[in-house]
Design a protein around this ligand. Structure first.
Ligand code: NDP
Length: 411
């Protein structure tokens, strides 16, 4: 019976419609007796048992050499639970639960490329060689449970050195574990983030870009299969992009070409070390919602250039570079931006922001506005959102989303 899974899903023929209950029981028995090799178990979980092509949400998505079991991704969400950058059991259980819950892609939180790139002292980081094994443990678990393991790498720029959100989200001084911040220009974000950053020298820029490259290499060593570069939310790259935070007069400021130089150079350097067979994404705030800020038209041009440099999918986000933004909040508010970019740039798109319902996600995918949805808070509220979404959409996927250990619950 060890060969059961292989016989059921030979690679050359389509997956069967249904697994007889007795076979399922046998797989469970083997698992319980510890006789089912992990590789076969993984195969069981990665292969859809049923024909899911009726819904777009549960249709597998191929990006480069990676095939996602569905189009639901866990958006990177900071947990403020690390010490010295190391992820720990909290991250394993938190992220692992979302893989067990059926997400196709799980992206680890904004992970700093250097200690000064952390938002808070409790952020995760991938700047030491021995961070790699801590992340690898998580990446392996995610993959073992059928999800693609992704990670977002980031530098927080002038928004670094804060306390945790539940402690106030304020800038903190060295006596509280904080540090001096850097940014394209010596302008504070404002409000509670009032620390004035040091304007980066050309050496600082080169150092941070090299840190992104080292972080990408470590992410690869940690067995991640999807990498996202954080260019959004008012962090360092966005601070270069926005005329509201970048007042430089050298080659990294002023014109559009100069304001995207940091992105283009960093992206090209990371693409060089991140294998062509693996997806490389970027998250971009496509507008600033503030007068004089970045516009969607500029962002369309930036995405065109990133695509030419090897970008595989754009993760469309918005704002957060100033405290003065005026956002017209509405459900799925960034989907229209993603749709326009998808149409005009001809690139795969994803987005998040107030996407909470299965039908809403399905409609956006069906209409060709997005290729994948990224859920944030909704997946914190419900790690089994993919399972519940399948039920809501009437997809047969509901019967094979949960891991084999939970098969009894869906008989
Ligand atoms: P949501 O759809 O849940 O939107 C949440 C954000 O929008 C919150 O900041 C919320 O403010 C604000 N918001 C929503 N509605 C209104 C409104 N009517 N008026 C004013 N503000 C409003 O977004 P997602 O969960 O999809 O997350 C969006 C992105 O944020 C994702 O890309 C995810 O990666 C990231 N994220 C990061 C987290 C983290 O780092 N810990 C946690 C969750 C998401 P408020 O917070 O004040 O309610």
């Amino acid at each position: 019976m060890i060969t059961l899974a292989v016989e059921l899903w030979p690679t050359t023929v389509p997956a069967p419609q249904i697994i007889p209950k007795d076979d399922l029981r046998e797989l469970i028995r083997l698992r319980e007796n510890d006789k089912l090799p992990v590789t076969i178990e993984t195969q069981f979980q990665r292969r859809p048992l049923f024909d899911n092509t009726m819904t777009k949400l549960f249709e597998p998505l191929r990006i480069k050499d990676i095939s996602l079991r569905n189009r639901i991704a866990v958006s990177p969400m900071c947990q403020y639970s690390s010490v010295d950058g190391y992820p720990n059991d909290w991250h394993l259980v938190h992220l692992g639960s979302r893989a067990v819950g059926g997400a196709g892609l799980v992206v680890i939180e904004a992970t700093a490329v250097s200690p000064d790139g952390r938002i808070s002292p409790a952020d995760s980081g991938i700047y030491y060689e021995d961070h790699v094994e801590s992340f690898a443990k998580i990446a392996r678990f995610l993959k073992q449970h059928g999800a693609c393991a992704g990670i977002q790498i980031a530098h927080a720029g002038r928004k670094a050195s804060t306390n945790k959100p539940w402690d106030g989200n304020d800038h903190i001084g060295k006596e509280q574990g904080g540090w001096d911040t850097i940014a394209p220009s010596a302008i504070a974000f404002g409000g509670k983030l009032d620390k004035i950053p040091r304007e980066m020298t050309l050496d600082d820029i080169a150092r941070v870009q090299a840190d992104f490259v080292s972080a990408a290499k470590r992410a690869l060593a940690a067995e991640f299969e999807c990498l996202e570069i954080h260019f959004a939310h008012g962090y360092l790259a966005h601070e270069f992009y926005s005329p509201l935070s970048n007042k430089r007069t050298d080659a990294y400021g002023g014109s559009f070409k100069n304001r995207i130089r940091f992105h283009m150079e960093t992206f090209a350097a990371v693409r060089e070390v991140w294998p062509a067979r693996l997806p490389l994404l970027a998250r971009l705030s496509v507008n600033d919602w503030d007068e004089g800020g970045v516009t969607l038209e500029e962002s369309i041009e930036l995405v065109k250039q990133l695509k030419a440099a090897g970008l595989d999918m754009i993760d469309v986000s918005h704002g957060m570079v100033t405290p003065n933004e005026n956002i017209p909040w509405a459900p799925g508010m960034t989907i229209a931006f993603a749709a326009r970019i998808r149409r005009e740039v001809d690139i795969a798109t994803t987005t998040s922001w107030l996407i909470t319902h299965a039908k809403q996600a399905e409609d956006a995918l069906q209409a060709g506005k997005l290729d994948m949805v990224m859920l944030g808070r909704e997946l914190l509220r419900d790690p089994y959102w993919p399972y519940h979404a399948a039920i809501e959409l009437g997809s047969t996927a509901s019967r094979d989303i949960l891991p084999i250990q939970y098969a009894r619950a869906v008989e």
